[in-house]
Design a protein around this ligand. Structure first.
Ligand code: BEZ
Length: 225
């Protein structure tokens, strides 16, 4: 597929029609982080569970972390709005309740192509590729910090998405990296590029170095700064 974004690329400042009206992407984001996620089609089962998860029960968590959610699929605003009623009812809410984030109308697939979101192996009734389950996280500088790609048949795990955004936000300002399965509050690793002397002053809570057969002192933990 042509198009697509690599880590560090700036998000294009596209204009789009959405369920909250037209947006220009950078203006919409302001100084926030962004969680941009595409889904294959409106009115499909896995997508309905995902949109419920991301809007109703998780939206507040994203908002508290200064993250704006934006959804996108190759369906029209009219379809998104009609489908929103199903999402609300699936969640036990009034059908007419407004979803707390916009869904982009990309029926011409222009953004899906620009952003590299199409899945050539998943087609609509006309044989045209639909959007994969893409996760893009952009920082306040509008640059791509994380990209994960799921096929249509595998729904996302929003615990993991929140977890990685917490790691991205921490590591954007502190000279640390988060180890396997890290969760907020757990120890983190000192970056290998930081000298021992620098580490002492950067991490006053202490740096704990694991002895290894290689004798190399690269496994250095510190409490989460
Ligand atoms: C779904 O959301 O359930 C779905 C959408 C497209 C293909 C397969 C599953």
């Amino acid at each position: 597929m042509p198009g697509g974004l690599l880590l560090g690329d700036e998000a294009p400042n596209f204009e789009a029609n959405t369920t909250i009206g037209p947006i220009r992407f950078h203006d919409f984001l302001g100084d926030s982080w962004a969680f941009v996620f595409s889904h294959p089609r409106d009115f499909t089962p896995v997508c309905t569970t995902e949109l419920w998860q991301s809007c109703k029960s998780w939206h507040q968590k994203f908002a508290k972390m200064n993250v704006k959610n934006v959804a996108l699929s190759i369906d029209s605003v009219e379809d998104h709005l009609a489908w929103s009623k199903d999402i609300n009812v699936y969640n036990g809410d009034e059908p007419t309740e407004k979803l707390p984030f916009p869904i982009i109308d990309d029926k011409k697939r222009e953004l899906a192509i620009l952003l590299g979101m199409l899945d050539p192996s998943e087609k609509d009734e006309k044989g045209m590729p639909v959007t994969a389950r893409v996760v893009f996280v952009f920082g306040p500088d509008k640059k791509l910090k994380l990209s994960i790609l799921y096929p249509a048949t595998t729904g996302r795990n929003f615990d993991e998405i929140l977890r990685v955004i917490k790691s991205l936000q921490l590591t954007a300002t502190k000279q640390v990296a988060t180890p396997v399965d890290w969760k907020e509050g757990e120890s983190v690793m000192v970056l290998p590029t930081i000298s021992e002397e620098e580490a002492k002053s950067l991490f006053p809570k202490g740096v704990f170095t694991k002895d290894l057969p290689s004798g190399k002192k690269y496994l250095r933990y510190t409490p989460q700064p």
